[in-house]
Design a protein around this ligand. Structure first.
Ligand code: PLP
Length: 400
């Protein structure tokens, strides 16, 4: 195990422990040594960048079973550029014309329950290409005939999102969605940024599959666009157009290749066992503690990953789930929990981004905050709305 550097200390940054997941706002992931090595090896060298992109295409094709692949700046960039590619094809005049889409098919259909965000709204990612968003169904119910009805002569692509952030019921399954689109020759672009399965979604009918390189793969910041060669080529050609402002450097391209290779070699069972060890330790430490209830739940989109749910009973614990989450984040060391549903009185602990020795610290911190709250016996009374407002105020004060 490499020793940890003190870079955070040097920069005056807090030594946060991440039990929230692969989050952009926390630095995305612990980059695997193979990707770090590849990136530092290429940094001082010249490379012919489109040849490097050719090598990456082959690596992505091997890992995903796709015809071709293209490395983008991020999955979000991949979504915008794949939509642009579906609009322009390999026509460079059109590539240069965007985001003015006149004369092109410019509509993208998407189920309303998939219109999620990842720090920015996915519908803006579509509009950024010059396309128009055409929602299908309502938030909790989308049907095949509604999808058919929304497809027209103007449809450039269909976007399908697999994520815990989407509505998890009432949506069309990918294979049925893709069948309808294929019958109308509409390419299906699937946003799979956080999904571990690199092959199954293409096999289920997606024409283009988009992944984050910096999430479960542990690469440098990048996106992976894999799929039909004509569509991936058209996505790549956006480098001469709107993609220029989203360019990816040589370091991220070689790191993506290295991260894919490392993923193919990784002992996934051993990783799972280590994560299970963290969960078991937490379950043991939280058993019988008044005011909380711990359970283990599977990942909602069937990634091979479980998380711990910690429900907080504020009457007994004398603290709400959100005040506990904030106390953990404010303490020493700061522990950042998975809190996007915290208004329902629980948060989660994600075991997959921990350094050795951190899992017991997480348990210590939680038990210490609970003990402090019990002794204080003075719940703050702060509402979720006040908590959210405070976050936005802080954001708007940046860089102060
Ligand atoms: C994280 C995420 C994104 C954004 O990925 P980046 O590579 O960080 O741009 C897009 N879609 C989903 C579903 C995500 O989880």
């Amino acid at each position: 195990m490499a020793t940890r550097s003190d870079v955070r200390n040097r920069l005056g940054l807090r030594p946060v422990i991440n039990v929230s997941g692969t989050m952009t706002h926390l630095g995305a992931s612990i980059v695997v040594p193979e990707a770090i090595r590849a990136a530092s090896e290429v940094m001082p060298e010249w490379v012919e960048i489109n040849d490097l992109h050719r090598k990456a295409s082959a690596a992505i094709a091997r890992a995903t079973g796709a015809e071709a692949g293209f490395v983008t700046a991020s999955a979000a960039a991949g979504i915008t550029l794949a939509v642009a590619g579906a609009m322009t094809g390999a026509d460079l005049a059109r590539v240069e014309q965007l985001p003015d889409a006149s004369g092109m098919r410019d509509e993208v259909v998407i189920q309303m329950g998939h219109m999620t965000g990842y720090g920015a709204a996915i519908e803006q990612g579509i509009r950024l290409a010059g396309a128009k968003v055409v929602p299908v169904g309502n938030v909790t119910d989308a049907r095949g005939y509604q999808l058919e009805h929304r497809i027209s002569e103007r449809t450039a692509a269909a976007l399908y999102v697999v994520s815990h952030h989407t509505v998890q019921y009432g949506q069309l399954p990918l294979d049925a969605f893709a069948r309808t689109c294929r019958a109308r020759s509409v390419p299906v672009i699937a946003d799979l940024a956080s999904e571990y399965d690199l092959r199954g979604f293409l096999a289920a009918g997606a024409d283009v599959a988009i992944y984050s390189a910096h999430k479960f793969l542990g690469g440098l910041t990048a996106g992976i666009v894999a799929g039909r060669k004509d569509l991936v080529r058209a996505t790549f050609l956006q480098n001469s157009g709107i993609g220029r402002g989203m360019k990816v450097g040589k370091e991220s391209i070689v790191a993506t290749i290295a991260a894919l290779e490392a993923w193919e070699r990784r002992d996934h069972e051993a990783v799972r066992r280590a994560e299970r060890g963290h969960l078991d330790l937490w379950m043991k430490r939280f058993a019988g503690v008044a005011g909380i209830r711990a359970t283990i739940i599977p990942d909602p989109t069937h990634n091979p990953l479980d998380r711990l749910v910690l429900e907080v009973d504020p009457e007994v614990a004398r603290i709400t789930a959100w005040d506990l989450a904030d106390a953990l984040g404010a303490g020493d060391p700061p522990v950042i929990v998975r809190d996007h549903e915290v208004e329902q009185g629980f948060f989660q602990l994600d075991p997959c981004n921990l350094h050795p020795g951190e899992a017991p610290v997480v348990a210590d911190r939680i038990l210490a905050e609970l003990e402090a709250a019990r002794r204080r016996n003075a719940p703050s009374g702060r509402t979720v709305a006040e908590r959210r407002a405070a976050r936005f105020e802080r954001l708007l004060r940046w860089p102060d």
